[in-house]
Design a protein around this ligand. Structure first.
Ligand SMILES: Cc1ncc(COP(=O)(O)O)c(C=O)c1O
Length: 433
């Protein structure tokens, strides 16, 4: 579709009225998106490996998703949750539930990742009658009070908001590369021991309602949790009657080369939080658990005016159908492996790259000033992210020290686009020598 180049610098309009609290990676003015490209108001095109932070998993203006949205807009927009049922909502609940292993079969819709976290924490407290919440350092779960209380990926999410939710205990996360010299077994043993220690000395296990974990830490630095760590959490939760919550807001929907990242560890959480890719950009999120748990939660114990609006759910049905019909989980695994191989070749030539880690299309490239000390190279990454955008590639950073570049291409990215992105990243990195 041809669009006019308006050349408008939207910052000038934003400046007097749009809140300064919003952080931005770029100060660019966006016009439109088409497929895997974003276009700025000067008509420049950018290969989008950021996707609104893993949201537009099928790229921009996907025909099946847009068609579903248009048709539903003409039929019914208003959320019907409080007065009954609407077809896209009930159908998405059933089709989303079908993507999970037993016994996860029951879906509650909300609007954002943070709301899904809030709902999961409330469900766990009400269903267990316990107050304690265990989460992990470096985790990011959102910005509402409950979600911020379990977030520790950066101080800025917490300071000035205390007191946060009481009863939260933040334990070390097995960030294998950064904190454990690449020793996965030691990372796992140390972090599971910290949980045992908590239960022995601070909070008895029968006071813990939930353990909340990202299967791959996202904003904190794209650190995958070792499978044995997730298995250990599952075991502990089973023994102690604790609700294990997986935050799959960023990792879910095929991003890691599996439909759900927890599958790689061969475990099944009690509650899964889902958002971001679920409706390719429209606001929608969900928690998924076994029915009995949500029955224990109790009728009207939680709710949401907009959660599960029919338009977002219609988009969600098109997203799921496309992922399945086009085998996009498999594509994420295959393209992720190609991208990782290309990055490893780059790392072989460039000591500023300390680590490259997946899984799938959730790839973190950690930059250091010295491989031995692993001192974070945040300035380099800021320059690299900016330089890539100038070259026509959108990537983002993450991690407390902003020294990790994350690549989160659309799930239907092609081998050519993987090659194109690698070329742009390589050229930009070389220019920063
Ligand atoms: C793992 C994870 N959980 C929760 C959230 C919060 O989601 P939202 O910004 O939609 O509230 C995010 C957002 O980046 C996330 O990455």
């Amino acid at each position: 579709m041809d669009r006019p180049r308006t050349g408008t610098d939207l910052r000038a309009i934003a400046q007097p009225s749009l809140s300064p609290v919003l952080g931005r990676y770029f100060e660019r003015s966006w016009s439109h998106g088409a497929g895997h490209r974003l276009f700025d108001t000067d008509g420049q095109s950018y290969l989008d490996f950021a996707n609104g932070i893993a949201v537009s998993a099928l790229g921009h203006g996907h025909p099946a998703v847009n068609r579903a949205i248009h048709e539903q807009v003409d039929r019914l927009i208003v959320p019907t949750g409080a007065i009954g049922y609407a077809e896209p909502v009930v159908r998405l609940a059933s089709e989303l539930a079908a993507t999970f292993p037993d016994p996860l079969d029951t879906v509650m819709f909300l609007n954002s990742g943070s709301e899904a976290i809030e709902a999961a924490l409330k469900l766990a407290r009400r269903a267990t009658g316990r107050a304690g919440i265990v989460a992990f350092r470096g985790g990011f779960h959102g910005r509402t009070f409950g979600a911020a209380s379990v977030t520790s990926s950066a101080l800025n999410y917490r300071i000035g908001y205390e007191p946060l939710l009481p009863g939260v205990h933040l334990l070390p996360f097995p960030a294998v590369y950064r904190d454990f010299e690449g020793d996965e077994d030691r990372a796992t043993a140390t972090c599971l021991a910290a949980l045992e220690e908590l239960a022995r000395t601070v909070l008895p296990a029968d006071g813990i309602a939930s353990i909340l974990v990202e299967p791959v830490q996202g904003e904190g630095g794209y650190y995958p949790a070792p499978a044995a760590f997730l298995q250990g959490l599952r075991r502990f939760a089973d023994e102690q009657g604790i609700v294990l919550i997986a935050d799959e807001v960023q990792t879910g929907y095929g991003r890691t080369g599996r439909m759900w990242a927890f599958e790689a560890a061969g475990i099944v959480p009690d509650v899964v939080c889902v958002a971001k890719a679920i409706a390719n950009g429209l606001p929608l999120s969900a928690i998924v658990s076994r029915r009995e748990l949500q029955e224990r939660w109790g009728r009207s114990a939680h709710g949401s005016t907009y959660g599960g609006n029919p338009v977002s759910c219609a988009a969600g049905l098109a997203v799921l159908a496309t992922i399945q019909a086009e085998k996009l989980v498999e594509n994420a695994a295959a393209r992720g492996a190609e991208l990782t191989r290309g990055l490893q070749a780059m790392a072989a030539e460039d000591p500023r790259i300390g680590d490259i880690r997946g899984p799938g299309l959730m790839i973190g490239i950690e930059f250091v000033t010295d491989r031995a000390t692993k001192a974070p190279a945040g300035d380099l990454v800021n320059a690299l992210v900016a330089g890539c955008a100038d070259t026509g590639l959108l990537v983002l950073s993450c991690g407390r020290d902003h020294n990790i570049v994350r690549m989160i291409p659309p799930l239907d990215v092609t081998p050519d686009e993987v090659g194109e992105a690698l070329g742009m990243l390589d050229r930009t990195l070389a220019s920063l020598n």
